[in-house]
Design a protein around this ligand. Sequence first.
Ligand code: SAH
Ligand code: SF4
Ligand code: F3S
Length: 454
Amino acid sequence: MNKQREKFYKIITYGCQMNERDSEKIAGMLENIGYNKTENLDDADIIFFNTCTVRKKAEQKVFGKVGSLKKLKEKNEDIIIGVGGCMMQIEETAEKLYQKLPHVDLILGTHNLHRLPVLVKKIARNRDRIIEIWDQQEGLIPDVPSRRSGDYKAWVSIIRGCNNFCSYCIVPYVRGREKSRPDEEIIQEIKELAGQGVKEVTLLGQNVNSYGHDLDQNINFSQLLKKIDKMTDLKRIRFMTSHPRDFSVDLIKTIKNSDSICEHLHLPLQAGSTPILKKMNRGYTAEQYRSIITSIRDEIPQAAITTDIIVGFPGEKEKHFQETLNLVQDIKFDMAFTFSYSRREGTPAADMKQQVPEDVKDRRLQELMKVQNEISLYKNQELVGKEVSVLVEGPSKNNPDKYSGRTRTRKQVIVPADENLAGKIVRAKIQKANSWTLYGELSSTQQDVYSSTG
Ligand code: SAH
Ligand code: SF4
Ligand code: F3S
């Protein structure tokens, strides 16, 4: 083969797991038309940015990063530079990027991702600049090839879009309305993955709990989970994200009664004050949230619960913030993603009065993070001396002589080992913990059993 004719692609992904999953499809489509993966920008014939727009900062980062490729393009005008993802679903932003950065060849929306190969070929042939964005999905989502990023873990999208319209959030505007995938299609995909050696699947959606309401057949999220549990021989099933408003007792029972559904719930709180939750249009009160947590812990005491919290939402006073801190201290999440409220034009909260000054938001964020880090440390240290089951992913990045994996509760564990453990489920005894990582050693009795502690 003539080495010089080999072509390479590089994808840069921002944002959530939905975007990670889309990037696997982008990679699959590019490989199908003859490109190979590279990590090196200088080797790439196509550089594609899969963007996020959930916070303003993400946007500024992309303009900076794409802008800096101008020099690369001046050196080699054959490079194709593409920008897609949620940020490009906002017409003014896509237009601004197109005008300001003339070295960008392709702007692609999220609903027409499958058009990528055709458009790339067109650009390579004619050197046109193309901007193609659809307002919504037209008809069925075409099946496109994927280049999965992991060998033992995979993401499977079960529902796209969001109908919730939380008042701060731009996702429903850029990802469109909820659209569930038929269950047979999901089960088929999972069976194929299991056949390829995948041990763990994470079912993805902005709000997995509302799965099925838009399908003709009568199926809800718990029923889908039960079906997957029964019809596939996966070792681990995960899902995210759950919305507290649609959370059901049935779901708790389903997790409890299954060996493969992992005991981890990502249940975004957003705020611990009921009036703020109301202004956020979240559809639950702080008390209702508390009672969901109590039900989960009553039924599944070993469950890990993680969350997302926003500080500095318009109108958030010190007393409201204090309520969030109190709730966080009471509930003791295993981990929390914490954000400073970012004003997104076009969302109702952007026009609300009493926007909170940046320095106040920063201070609250620091305070919250400090409290949560201590709680995460406490929760992890509770596991010291206990045995957990770990799906090993591969050598640890920071400790190359050790292996890194995750517990059923999704906590990272580092273990030393002489043999290659990648893809294996092992038992480990935890010896040490910090806020983010557990350190253990392999237990002497190795069996593929499920741990009740991790
Ligand atoms: N669908 C998920 C998460 C979507 S975005 C859910 O409903 O929970 C991920 C997180 O980003 C959100 O949970 C929220 O905490 C945060 N987020 C969304 N919009 C934001 C904004 N305008 N400013 C700051 N954080 C935001
Ligand atoms: Fe955004 Fe709310 Fe939908 Fe989550 S549920 S994506 S926070 S609108
Ligand atoms: Fe960002 Fe789009 Fe996900 S806005 S958080 S990448 S759905």
